[in-house]
Structures are given as C-alpha cells and as structure tokens.
Design a binder for this molecule. Structure first.
Ligand code: OGA
Ligand code: MN
Length: 209
C-alpha cells in the first residue's frame, strides 16, 4: 500500500476529512490539466443544469460549473491512469475502513470566472450511494487573490450560504498537487467564485455498482 493512502485512511477514519498531497503524480496531474483544457476549448463540458434529473432547474440555482463524466474504461490515457489510481484507493479504503464502496464515478469540472457552488452536501438523502467525495485540483498556478477556495464547514453547524462567519474546518486553494477526500454525508461545503478559470477532477466512491 502506498504511503499517501495511509494518510488518507487515517484522516477518513478520524475526522472524516483529508486535505493534502494528491495521490496522482505531478506528471499525470499536468496531463489531466491539458486534457480538461482541450475538452473545455472544444465545448465538450456541459452545464451542470443540463441533466436528466427532475431537479435540474433547482440545481442550476446553486451551481454554475461545467462538467464531463469520465467513461468506465476511458480511452484517453491520462483519464485511464487517473481512474486506475482512484480504483486502487477505493480498494485500500474498503480493506481498511470497510466502506463497501463498489464503484467510482468521476467528472472533470470547470468553473469559469464568477462560477460557484453554494453550500451543499454530496449525499442527497439516505438513499444516496455516495460514501467518499474526492477532489483533485488541476490548475498548476493558483494564488489566494484568485478566490475559488473550497470551504468545508463543521458538520453540526452548517452555516446559511451567505454567512462567512461560521465555523470553517478548511479553506482549500485549488492548486495542482492538492487533493481533498471526505465522507460524503458529513460535511457541508461550498466553492467560492474565482477570478480565473478553475479546473478539477472530482469523484465519488459509491456503495452501488
Ligand atoms: C462538488 C464539489 C468541490 C471543489 O463538485 O460537489 O463540491 O472544490 N466540488 O471543486
Ligand atoms: Mn460537493
């Protein structure tokens, strides 16, 4: 088992939240960045509001990013390698934490300047199959002045979306080399608007197949 998995396992077993070094190598992260830039410049990402879901309109009021789901067996080599790494993490988490995560769903996300994702949880009700949320940041350069932080709030004391004075567990700058992992049911979180284009690979380990 890789060293970096152990830090994630310990964090998920404890507080339920990991913010730290990515399990994806730097070269792969830069290849994923090139990939999402190419997809975005050829209009291959879609507004999150374009869904099959009956709640699509409601969703568009809280999030304004653009996404593209990865295939189960991606043809693109960088996507394929990322999926393989994340499958390794899924297996390690199942062995150690008995998560019973049977699959991983992954999408690229692009926040254009001004786009945001208001405070939410990644699990929508008890029936939801998401157990662990993962975010891998792709921008090689990111400064605090750009905004765009992921803000993670205390589980018990979720703030109203407009509040900035509520208990924050973490504020994460979306820069390549950083990843976040957390138990999907536990933490309300939001993505603040940025002044630059913000790219990530985001995923969820799921209980279903
Ligand atoms: C999400 C999300 C966080 C981020 O896509 O559900 O919360 O930092 N993303 O991009
Ligand atoms: Mn989320």
């Amino acid at each position: 088992m890789q060293e970096s998995f152990e830090n994630i396992i310990d964090a998920l077993a404890g507080q339920g939240l990991y913010v730290g070094t990515s399990i994806l190598p730097a070269l792969l992260t830069s290849q994923l960045y090139e990939r999402v830039l190419a997809l975005s410049s050829t209009a291959q990402l879609q507004s999150a509001r374009i869904g099959r879901d009956a709640r699509a309109a409601e969703v568009s009021a809280i999030r304004s990013d653009q996404t593209r789901w990865l295939d189960e067996m991606p043809i693109d080599p960088a996507e394929r390698e990322a999926r393989a790494k994340i499958e390794d993490l899924r297996a390690a988490l199942n062995e150690t934490l008995f998560l019973g995560a049977r699959s991983a769903e992954l999408h690229f996300a692009h926040y254009t300047p001004g786009a945001s994702y208001k405070t939410h949880r990644d699990q929508f009700g008890d029936h939801d199959a998401r157990v662990v949320s993962l975010v891998f940041y792709l921008n090689p350069v990111w400064q605090g002045a750009y905004g765009g932080e992921l803000v993670i709030y205390d589980n018990e004391r979720a703030p109203p979306p407009t509040s900035r004075a509520s208990p924050q567990l973490a504020r994460v700058l979306p820069v390549a080399g950083t990843m976040v992992a957390f138990r999907s049911e536990m933490f309300p979180h939001e993505v603040l608007a940025a002044t630059r284009h913000r790219f990530s690979l985001t995923g969820w380990l799921r209980r279903d197949g």
